[in-house]
Write a protein that binds this ligand. Structure first.
Ligand code: ADP
Ligand code: MG
Length: 703
């Protein structure tokens, strides 16, 4: 038997949580800090000093020797710079462990090597990290030791956001302000805060590490650049929700243990659709905390996998032809006194506030569908969106039968008079309980689905930060609420005005609602008729950041300045080009140094075999047939390889920016696919012993 876990004792053991703060801080200091956390009051210097001291003592007791400001620059990863707590040795050569208030609040990493999209000229390399006291500090332990991690935001000397967290915090403020305005109009005078709640479901692949290390493409790019489909794919559907194998189970147990210690409420785990694919979901939390936790989850999956001789693949499409990985971003708005603004209740047609919120969300998503799509744009995600496995690249909202019905009553008569009842599910077995069915069934093909009391945005890539989509969601909803409040606050008859506005929004934005099969060809045509954007690639998604409507939106709510948006667009183009350049170079390297030589060895063997057979006076047509097929594919490989070399060299010489990214997308990517075709065919012919890397079958079925 494996060790027993005491989960309640373990949970949050490495978190400088509210409970720890209350225990360890003087009452007055604790109260001051709470004011900062809850009300955004400025933190005074003395309070910071005391908090830092207590935090350090606590961390040192946990074995921490260093601290780091932990932040999320626009590289797609988290960043950290470790400093030990030691002071300069005194005259006797002894050191103390110290951590000052200043060190807690502000850091100054040498920021010149993080992407800034031109915001921070290299001569002004200064960037600052600033403590986000609303996301708790934690001690992370691994084989190299323990370290105090302080979640921080990262900005330039002049205050421009250089990271994921800064705009996220800004957008949370925006939606809070507007949501409070709205609920006040509906008579709520007691709630003080409204925060977006977010729960992120994370998909990932697990493969054997030794095999992984034999795949240069996985090592360099996170995905396989070559690989023929195994004889068995996912057609049997025997993996989804299947029994979790021992080796994976023991890995998951350790993942949970590590996450629980860090206060991440890992809740659900199961096998996913593809072989070797799994999912993990924590219980939802405040938006910025959920985004931090998702980073912790990704890091923990990778770290723990290695300890188990496994490798976690977070790429959106590690294997062509096999289901890819994404994240589902579950989003709702919750008040500090526990009201969920997206809770329809049993009779949504009577819940006027809910209908106002709902139609505002329709308006928000319809007006800014392109931005939402952009928030999920990622190099790896280009392989998924619209490819009949993930949601389509067209944004639409799924409401489910009950809400769809309420909406159509509103649209046709201007009045919603009834709600469809929840049906009872009869199992037909006496000993099994009957239960009420959910009113929204689960349309898995919708990118933005209402699932009971939350919206689920399903487009995000598995590797991507969820900060981006939540920045967009928070801000577009803030705008819709603000527009509604502008009208309602002026109304003489509030009830009448609300009623009219709900009807207006429902009518104006009904085109964004779609309850059918999002994977079908008919939907693509129907969406085009409705005028909904269908943006099929990252390079085509990026320009949405700089649309007038986007610049106005983000400017109005203080989330991004135009300069910040320009920098983000530039970084996106650059990261697209860089990723494609690495993929293309890796392909060239693998094809010329590994595959072509192996195929030539195989061809020589075939030729030798054919000769010997012929000399023995027998029929050599079979080996000769294979030889001919092999050399033909070899010639195609060489030809497509040369083409790829030419376009990659050209692309690399171009100036970085949109034009370069578009060229990578149209020329380099196409040339990569062309090279892959003959190579994958060769893999099916060449002797397995000769093939220079583990196959899809080896990777997917032998974990
Ligand atoms: P699924 O069946 O899609 O896996 P779950 O109900 O298990 O859905 O929830 C998935 C995620 O949504 C979890 O992280 C869960 O905590 C989160 N979630 C549940 N309710 C809410 C809510 N009101 N707001 C935001 N996230 C939520
Ligand atoms: Mg879900």
């Amino acid at each position: 038997m494996s060790e027993k876990l005491n989960v309640t004792a373990l949970f949050g053991a490495n978190v400088f949580s509210d409970k720890v703060m209350e225990e360890r801080l003087p009452k007055k200091v604790y109260k001051e800090l709470r004011k900062t956390i809850d009300e955004g009051k400025d933190l005074d210097y003395m309070t910071a000093e005391v908090v830092a001291e207590a935090m350090k003592d606590w961390a040192v007791e946990k074995g921490a020797t260093h601290y780091t400001h932990w932040f999320q620059p626009l590289t797609g990863f988290t960043a950290e710079k470790h400093d030990s707590f030691i002071t300069a040795p005194d005259s006797k050569g002894s050191v103390l462990m110290e951590f000052s208030g200043k060190e807690l609040i502000k850091g100054e990493p040498d920021a010149s090597s993080f992407p800034s999209g031109g915001l921070r000229a290299t001569f002004e390399a200064r960037g600052y990290t600033a403590w986000d006291c609303t996301s708790p500090a934690f001690v992370r332990e691994d084989d190299t030791g323990a370290i105090l991690c302080v979640p921080t935001a990262f900005c330039s000397y002049t205050g421009e956001a250089l990271d994921q967290k800064t705009p996220l915090l800004r957008s949370m403020e925006a939606v809070q302000t507007q949501a409070l305005r709205l609920i006040r109009l509906f008579g709520n005078t007691t709630s003080k805060k409204v925060t977006p709640s977010v729960g992120v479901e994370q998909e990932y692949f697990i493969v054997d590490r030794e095999k992984y290390l034999k795949r240069k493409d996985l090592i360099f790019t996170g995905r396989t650049l070559f690989g023929a489909m195994p004889p068995k794919g996912q057609e049997l559907d025997d993996h989804y929700f299947g029994v979790i194998r021992q080796r994976i189970g023991s890995f998951m147990k350790d993942v949970n243990k590590e996450l629980w210690k860090l206060g991440v409420s890992a809740k659900t785990q199961h096998n996913e659709v593809a072989p070797a694919q799994h999912e993990l979901a924590p219980i939802y939390a405040q938006c910025n905390v959920a985004a931090d936790h998702n980073q912790i989850i990704m890091e923990t999956l990778k770290r723990v996998a290695e300890n188990h001789g496994l490798q976690c693949l977070l790429h959106e499409k590690p294997f062509a032809g096999v289901n890819g990985s994404g994240k589902h971003n579950n989003w709702s708005l919750t008040t500090d006194d526990g009201i969920n603004l997206l809770e329809p209740g049993k009779t949504p047609h009577e819940n006027i506030q809910f209908l106002m919120v709902l139609t505002c969300m329709m308006r928000a998503v319809d007006r800014h569908a392109d931005l939402l799509r952009e928030s999920a744009a990622d190099v790896g995600n280009d392989h998924r969106l619209g490819a009949n496995e993930a949601p389509p690249a067209i944004i639409s909202i799924f409401l489910g039968e009950q809400l769809e019905d309420v909406l159509s009553q509103l649209i046709s008569t201007g009045m919603a008079t009834h709600s469809l009842k929840r049906e009872t599910l009869h199992t037909g077995v006496k000993t099994l309980p009957d239960f009420a069915k959910d009113t929204s069934d689960r349309n898995r093909t919708s990118p933005f689905a209402f699932t009971g009391n939350k919206f689920e945005f399903r487009m995000v890539g598995s590797r991507d930060s969820v900060a981006e989509c939540n920045v967009v969601l928070n801000t577009i909803v803030a705008e819709a609420f603000s527009d509604a409040c502008d009208i309602l606050e002026k109304a003489d008859d509030f009830d009448l005005a609300v009623h009219d506005l709900i009807k207006l929004y429902a009518n104006e934005h009904q085109r964004i609602v779609f309850n059918g099969n999002g994977y079908s060809e008919e939907w693509v045509e129907e969406a085009a008729r409705r005028g909904l954007p269908n943006i099929t690639s990252m390079v085509d998604a990026i320009p949405a950041l700089l649309n007038d409507s986007s610049v106005d939106l983000f400017g109005k709510f203080g989330v991004f300045t135009r300069a910040e948006l320009e920098s983000r667009a530039e970084i996106q183009y650059e990261s697209y080009s860089k990723a494609l350049n690495i993929e293309a170079r890796a392909m060239i390297d693998i094809a010329s140094k590994h595959i072509i030589p192996a195929v030539m060895r195989f061809a020589r063997n075939l030729a030798g075999t054919a000769n010997e057979i012929r000399q023995a006076g027998a029929d050599a047509s079979v080996p000769l047939g294979y030889l001919e097929q092999t050399t033909k594919l070899l010639a195609q490989t060489k030809e497509t390889l040369e083409k790829l070399e030419t376009v990659t060299d050209r692309a690399a010489m171009m100036e970085s920016g949109r034009e370069q990214a578009v060229y990578y997308h149209s020329e380099v990517f196409t040339a990569m696919e062309a090279l892959r075709r003959p190579v994958d065919q060769l893999e099916m012919i060449v002797d397995k012993e000769e093939w220079p890397m583990p196959s899809y079958g080896d990777l997917l079925f032998e974990v």
